[in-house]
Ligand binder design. Structure first.
Ligand code: UD1
Length: 365
């Protein structure tokens, strides 16, 4: 097979651990020339470069440097810039991952030029259309040519929406590949020591969804809930820039800084963060990825949302939806050892990138 050029679209923090294993698999394949296109949606060192470094990704071949903005500004900015790139240098396939604004923007730009697109982590649905990511998922999946799903619910959602079965391939969860690729480094890192914490004796917190952090009342309730939990079990709160800005605006930072048992930190690099997760006894989050990583590792996870697009983490894993009000009683259950142990979903085995590469090869042949 003649060499095929494949664009891998990397945009925001949760994309990098999905791109990396695929980049490594495709780069090792004689038939493929992967090109890393960074849209620049995330640009801070600790939201982007630190991940490229930890995951062994090369400097992006192309950076569209879009940066922050409103949804329309960001989506439109990526569309215009990616369309220009495609006009100069169209690849044999554009691979988009996840559900961020750049995922949809690159898909739309490519499909309007009749260029093929594959979506990795397709088919996830929260059924909550007030979530920007849900719109990105539905629209991307409606027009992409190839849909790589992580779990059976993904296939079912796509079939229900009328996607032809031959476009769908279940490949498993690519995030687990990143974890397994870096497991030796993650195990050697011992991030908890820097906070003076003991394995199993602390929780990890991440929060960044607009529905949680953009509304003063909701965020205040969550902070009250977290400070109460921290009295029972120390927490490390790795703070997203969106959340930090909201907390500063609402004058809540000093309250958090003085709360007992609460350790605040900047966003951590992949290895440092996953090391902290690997040794924790609890995660409290609104992230998609952390729901999956904790299910894989068998760690109790409280998801501060009313829905999840990853129902398998609840049905067979260690995840539960939670509210500011009920998280304390859930933590009591966890501390009493009464939390479900969970099981690892099928095909979350660290070999997803190989399956994606094989499927891509046969579709491009
Ligand atoms: C985006 C994704 C979300 C994903 C999250 C992970 C969309 C709609 N949302 O949300 O699905 O879970 O990334 O982080 O695509 N900022 C910085 N430095 C950066 C990046 C952002 O300071 O490197 C600040 C900016 O003030 C920006 C705000 O964070 O306005 C939000 O960034 P943005 O990319 O719009 O969305 P996220 O909340 O990160």
């Amino acid at each position: 097979m003649a060499s095929k050029q494949v664009h891998l679209i990397a945009a925001a923090r949760p994309n990098f651990m999905k791109i990396a294993p695929l980049y490594h698999a495709l780069n090792a394949a004689p038939w493929c020339e992967p090109v890393v296109v960074h849209t620049g949606q995330h640009y801070d060192f600790n939201m982007s470069d630190a991940f490229f470094r930890d995951l062994g990704l090369p400097e992006p071949d192309i950076n569209l440097e879009i940066g922050s903005g409103s949804h329309a500004e960001q989506t439109a900015g990526v569309m215009v810039a990616y369309e220009r790139l495609l006009a100069q240098d169209a690849p044999d396939m554009t691979v988009v991952v996840g559900d961020v604004n750049s995922t949809l923007a690159c898909t739309l730009a490519a499909k309007k030029l009749n260029r093929p697109v594959a979506h990795l982590e397709a088919g996830l649905r929260s059924n909550d259309r007030t979530m920007p990511e849900e719109l990105n998922r539905i629209l991307t999946d409606a027009i992409a040519d190839v849909l790589w799903t992580p779990s059976p619910d993904g296939d079912e959602n796509l079939l229900r929406e009328g996607v032809p079965a031959e476009r769908i391939s279940r490949v498993g969860n690519i995030m687990i590949d990143s974890f397994e690729l870096l497991r030796p480094k993650i195990e050697a890192e011992n991030s908890h020591e820097a906070f003076g914490l003991t394995p199993g004796g602390y929780g990890v917190v991440t929060l960044h969804r607009p529905s949680n952090v953009d509304h003063p009342e909701t965020l205040t309730l969550l902070i009250e809930g977290l400070t109460a939990v921290a009295e029972q079990m120390p927490l490390v709160f790795a703070m997203h820039p969106r959340t930090r800005k909201s907390l500063e605006r609402l004058d809540l930072m000093t309250r958090l800084q003085s709360a007992s048992g609460l350790h605040l930190t900047e966003p951590l690099s992949y290895i440092r963060f996953m090391s902290l997760v690997l040794s924790c006894g609890l995660a409290v989050t609104d992230s998609g990825g952390l729901q999956e990583e904790t299910t894989y590792l068998g760690i109790p996870c409280l998801t501060l949302r009313t829905t999840t697009e990853r129902p398998v983490t609840i049905a067979s894993g260690t995840n539960s939806l939670a509210t500011a009000q009920d998280m304390l009683s859930m933590v009591d259950k966890i501390l009493a050892g009464e939390w479900p142990k969970g099981a690892c979903p099928d095909l979350w085995d660290g070999r997803t990138a190989g399956r994606v590469a094989e499927d891509l090869k046969s579709r491009l042949a």
